[in-house]
Ligand binder design. Structure first.
Ligand SMILES: Nc1ncnc2c1ncn2[C@@H]1O[C@H](COP(=O)(O)OP(=O)(O)OP(=O)(O)O)[C@@H](O)[C@H]1O
Ligand SMILES: [Mg+2]
Length: 212
Protein backbone atom coordinates (compact mmCIF):
# COMPACT_ATOMS: atom_id res chain seq x y z
CA UNK A 1 0.00 0.00 0.00
CA UNK A 2 1.53 3.33 -1.04
CA UNK A 3 0.50 5.40 2.04
CA UNK A 4 1.93 5.27 5.56
CA UNK A 5 0.13 4.32 8.75
CA UNK A 6 1.61 5.69 11.97
CA UNK A 7 0.14 4.48 15.26
CA UNK A 8 0.48 5.87 18.77
CA UNK A 9 0.46 3.39 21.62
CA UNK A 10 1.19 3.25 25.32
CA UNK A 11 -0.33 3.30 28.77
CA UNK A 12 -3.12 5.69 29.81
CA UNK A 13 -2.38 9.41 29.75
CA UNK A 14 0.93 9.17 27.90
CA UNK A 15 -0.17 11.79 25.39
CA UNK A 16 -1.24 9.58 22.47
CA UNK A 17 -4.19 11.79 21.51
CA UNK A 18 -2.12 14.95 21.97
CA UNK A 19 0.79 13.68 19.88
CA UNK A 20 -1.42 12.17 17.17
CA UNK A 21 -3.07 15.58 16.70
CA UNK A 22 0.28 17.44 16.66
CA UNK A 23 1.81 15.02 14.16
CA UNK A 24 -1.23 15.21 11.87
CA UNK A 25 -0.99 19.03 11.93
CA UNK A 26 2.74 18.95 11.17
CA UNK A 27 2.30 16.49 8.30
CA UNK A 28 -0.48 18.66 6.83
CA UNK A 29 1.71 21.76 7.16
CA UNK A 30 4.36 19.84 5.19
CA UNK A 31 1.88 19.22 2.37
CA UNK A 32 0.70 15.69 3.20
CA UNK A 33 -2.89 14.52 2.95
CA UNK A 34 -3.62 13.15 6.39
CA UNK A 35 -6.35 11.04 7.85
CA UNK A 36 -6.43 11.23 11.62
CA UNK A 37 -8.53 8.73 13.52
CA UNK A 38 -8.76 6.66 16.68
CA UNK A 39 -9.48 3.25 18.08
CA UNK A 40 -11.85 2.03 19.13
CA UNK A 41 -13.98 4.19 16.87
CA UNK A 42 -13.33 6.08 13.65
CA UNK A 43 -16.48 4.79 11.93
CA UNK A 44 -20.14 5.20 12.97
CA UNK A 45 -20.23 1.57 14.09
CA UNK A 46 -16.86 1.88 15.78
CA UNK A 47 -17.95 4.94 17.78
CA UNK A 48 -20.95 3.03 19.13
CA UNK A 49 -18.61 0.18 20.09
CA UNK A 50 -16.29 2.71 21.77
CA UNK A 51 -19.13 4.03 23.87
CA UNK A 52 -20.11 0.49 24.81
CA UNK A 53 -16.54 -0.34 25.87
CA UNK A 54 -15.84 2.83 27.84
CA UNK A 55 -19.09 3.59 29.57
CA UNK A 56 -20.82 0.33 30.52
CA UNK A 57 -23.57 1.42 28.12
CA UNK A 58 -25.54 -1.83 28.29
CA UNK A 59 -25.65 -1.79 32.09
CA UNK A 60 -24.26 -5.32 31.99
CA UNK A 61 -20.63 -6.10 32.85
CA UNK A 62 -18.71 -7.02 29.68
CA UNK A 63 -16.91 -10.34 29.88
CA UNK A 64 -13.26 -10.19 28.88
CA UNK A 65 -13.83 -12.24 25.70
CA UNK A 66 -16.58 -9.86 24.60
CA UNK A 67 -14.31 -6.91 25.27
CA UNK A 68 -11.54 -8.39 23.09
CA UNK A 69 -13.94 -9.15 20.24
CA UNK A 70 -15.56 -5.72 20.37
CA UNK A 71 -12.18 -4.01 20.00
CA UNK A 72 -11.47 -6.22 16.99
CA UNK A 73 -14.92 -5.58 15.50
CA UNK A 74 -14.31 -1.83 15.65
CA UNK A 75 -10.89 -2.40 14.06
CA UNK A 76 -12.25 -4.53 11.21
CA UNK A 77 -14.82 -1.86 10.33
CA UNK A 78 -12.14 0.85 10.37
CA UNK A 79 -9.62 -1.15 8.32
CA UNK A 80 -12.04 -2.23 5.61
CA UNK A 81 -13.99 1.01 5.22
CA UNK A 82 -11.49 3.73 6.05
CA UNK A 83 -7.82 2.76 6.41
CA UNK A 84 -7.31 0.44 3.44
CA UNK A 85 -8.89 2.92 0.97
CA UNK A 86 -6.92 5.85 2.45
CA UNK A 87 -3.61 3.96 2.25
CA UNK A 88 -4.38 2.84 -1.29
CA UNK A 89 -4.82 6.52 -2.22
CA UNK A 90 -1.35 7.22 -0.78
CA UNK A 91 -2.57 9.14 2.27
CA UNK A 92 -0.84 9.38 5.61
CA UNK A 93 -2.88 7.84 8.38
CA UNK A 94 -2.30 8.81 12.01
CA UNK A 95 -3.92 6.46 14.43
CA UNK A 96 -4.54 6.92 18.16
CA UNK A 97 -4.15 3.25 19.25
CA UNK A 98 -4.19 0.16 17.03
CA UNK A 99 -3.43 -3.58 17.10
CA UNK A 100 -0.76 -3.37 19.81
CA UNK A 101 -3.36 -2.09 22.27
CA UNK A 102 -5.16 -5.44 21.98
CA UNK A 103 -1.98 -7.38 22.77
CA UNK A 104 -1.17 -5.03 25.67
CA UNK A 105 -4.63 -4.77 27.28
CA UNK A 106 -6.21 -8.13 26.48
CA UNK A 107 -2.92 -10.08 26.45
CA UNK A 108 -0.59 -8.66 29.10
CA UNK A 109 -3.46 -7.01 30.99
CA UNK A 110 -6.26 -9.61 30.95
CA UNK A 111 -4.09 -12.68 30.35
CA UNK A 112 -5.41 -13.98 27.01
CA UNK A 113 -2.87 -15.94 24.90
CA UNK A 114 -1.01 -13.50 22.63
CA UNK A 115 -1.22 -15.90 19.66
CA UNK A 116 -5.01 -15.93 19.81
CA UNK A 117 -5.02 -12.14 19.91
CA UNK A 118 -2.55 -11.88 17.05
CA UNK A 119 -4.83 -14.12 14.96
CA UNK A 120 -7.84 -11.93 15.83
CA UNK A 121 -5.85 -8.83 14.91
CA UNK A 122 -4.84 -10.34 11.56
CA UNK A 123 -8.47 -11.28 10.86
CA UNK A 124 -9.57 -7.73 11.70
CA UNK A 125 -6.88 -5.82 9.80
CA UNK A 126 -6.38 -7.86 6.63
CA UNK A 127 -3.36 -6.32 4.88
CA UNK A 128 -3.33 -3.03 6.87
CA UNK A 129 -0.11 -2.66 8.92
CA UNK A 130 1.58 0.27 10.66
CA UNK A 131 4.80 1.54 9.03
CA UNK A 132 5.81 3.08 12.35
CA UNK A 133 4.50 2.81 15.91
CA UNK A 134 5.30 5.26 18.69
CA UNK A 135 5.30 3.86 22.19
CA UNK A 136 4.77 6.83 24.51
CA UNK A 137 6.20 5.41 27.69
CA UNK A 138 5.86 6.83 31.19
CA UNK A 139 5.32 5.65 34.76
CA UNK A 140 1.70 4.48 35.09
CA UNK A 141 1.00 6.69 38.14
CA UNK A 142 1.95 9.77 36.12
CA UNK A 143 -0.21 8.74 33.16
CA UNK A 144 -3.25 8.01 35.34
CA UNK A 145 -2.77 11.32 37.13
CA UNK A 146 -2.75 13.18 33.80
CA UNK A 147 -5.85 11.32 32.59
CA UNK A 148 -7.66 12.15 35.83
CA UNK A 149 -6.73 15.83 35.61
CA UNK A 150 -8.02 15.85 32.02
CA UNK A 151 -11.42 14.21 32.61
CA UNK A 152 -12.10 14.64 36.34
CA UNK A 153 -13.03 10.94 36.58
CA UNK A 154 -11.77 7.54 35.48
CA UNK A 155 -13.44 5.44 32.79
CA UNK A 156 -13.96 1.68 33.02
CA UNK A 157 -10.44 0.73 31.92
CA UNK A 158 -8.65 3.58 33.69
CA UNK A 159 -10.23 2.34 36.94
CA UNK A 160 -8.50 -1.07 36.72
CA UNK A 161 -5.98 -1.81 39.51
CA UNK A 162 -2.49 -0.31 39.33
CA UNK A 163 -0.79 -3.67 38.71
CA UNK A 164 -2.99 -4.13 35.58
CA UNK A 165 -1.56 -0.86 34.25
CA UNK A 166 1.98 -1.88 35.21
CA UNK A 167 1.61 -5.17 33.31
CA UNK A 168 0.53 -3.26 30.23
CA UNK A 169 3.41 -0.85 30.39
CA UNK A 170 5.89 -3.74 30.74
CA UNK A 171 4.10 -5.57 27.93
CA UNK A 172 4.39 -2.63 25.60
CA UNK A 173 8.13 -2.33 26.33
CA UNK A 174 8.56 -6.04 25.59
CA UNK A 175 6.66 -5.72 22.30
CA UNK A 176 8.78 -2.73 21.28
CA UNK A 177 11.99 -4.63 22.08
CA UNK A 178 10.80 -7.49 19.88
CA UNK A 179 10.10 -5.27 16.84
CA UNK A 180 12.61 -2.43 17.02
CA UNK A 181 12.32 -1.67 13.30
CA UNK A 182 8.63 -0.79 13.64
CA UNK A 183 8.56 0.74 17.13
CA UNK A 184 10.05 3.98 18.39
CA UNK A 185 9.97 4.26 22.20
CA UNK A 186 9.79 7.84 23.48
CA UNK A 187 9.95 9.12 27.04
CA UNK A 188 6.49 10.63 27.38
CA UNK A 189 7.19 12.27 30.73
CA UNK A 190 8.95 15.10 28.87
CA UNK A 191 6.82 18.11 27.94
CA UNK A 192 4.47 17.75 24.99
CA UNK A 193 6.38 20.01 22.59
CA UNK A 194 9.66 18.15 23.26
CA UNK A 195 7.93 14.82 22.60
CA UNK A 196 6.37 16.24 19.42
CA UNK A 197 9.79 17.31 18.15
CA UNK A 198 11.11 13.77 18.68
CA UNK A 199 8.08 12.36 16.88
CA UNK A 200 8.77 14.56 13.85
CA UNK A 201 12.48 13.70 13.86
CA UNK A 202 11.63 10.00 13.89
CA UNK A 203 9.09 10.30 11.05
CA UNK A 204 11.64 12.27 9.02
CA UNK A 205 14.43 9.75 9.67
CA UNK A 206 12.45 6.54 9.22
CA UNK A 207 9.86 7.46 6.59
CA UNK A 208 11.69 10.25 4.77
CA UNK A 209 9.06 12.95 5.31
CA UNK A 210 10.26 16.57 5.02
CA UNK A 211 8.56 18.79 7.56
CA UNK A 212 8.31 22.45 6.64
N1 LIG B 1 3.98 15.66 27.61
C1 LIG B 1 2.98 16.03 28.43
N2 LIG B 1 3.23 16.58 29.63
C2 LIG B 1 2.22 16.91 30.46
N3 LIG B 1 0.91 16.74 30.19
C3 LIG B 1 0.60 16.19 29.00
C4 LIG B 1 1.61 15.80 28.06
N4 LIG B 1 1.01 15.27 26.97
C5 LIG B 1 -0.31 15.32 27.22
N5 LIG B 1 -0.56 15.89 28.43
C6 LIG B 1 -1.85 16.11 29.08
O1 LIG B 1 -2.16 14.87 29.75
C7 LIG B 1 -3.52 14.50 29.52
C8 LIG B 1 -3.55 13.17 28.78
O2 LIG B 1 -3.04 13.37 27.45
P1 LIG B 1 -3.71 12.61 26.21
O3 LIG B 1 -5.18 12.66 26.33
O4 LIG B 1 -3.08 13.11 24.98
O5 LIG B 1 -3.16 11.15 26.56
P2 LIG B 1 -3.65 9.76 25.98
O6 LIG B 1 -2.43 8.91 25.94
O7 LIG B 1 -4.40 9.97 24.73
O8 LIG B 1 -4.60 9.31 27.15
P3 LIG B 1 -5.68 8.09 27.11
O9 LIG B 1 -4.89 6.84 27.25
O10 LIG B 1 -6.52 8.35 28.32
O11 LIG B 1 -6.41 8.22 25.81
C9 LIG B 1 -4.16 15.64 28.74
O12 LIG B 1 -4.77 16.51 29.65
C10 LIG B 1 -2.96 16.31 28.05
O13 LIG B 1 -3.20 17.67 27.82
MG1 LIG C 1 -6.34 9.44 24.25
Amino acid sequence: MPGHLISFEGPEGGGKSTQARLLAEALRAGGAEVLETREPGGTPTGEIIRNLLQNDLSGEPLCDETEALLFCASRAQLCRNVLAPALARGQWVVLDRFTDSTIAYQGYGRGFPPDTLRALNAFATGPVRPSLTFLLDLPVEEGLRRALVRSGSRDRIESAPLDFHRRLRDGYLEMAAREPERFAVLDASADASAVAALVRETVAARLGFRFS
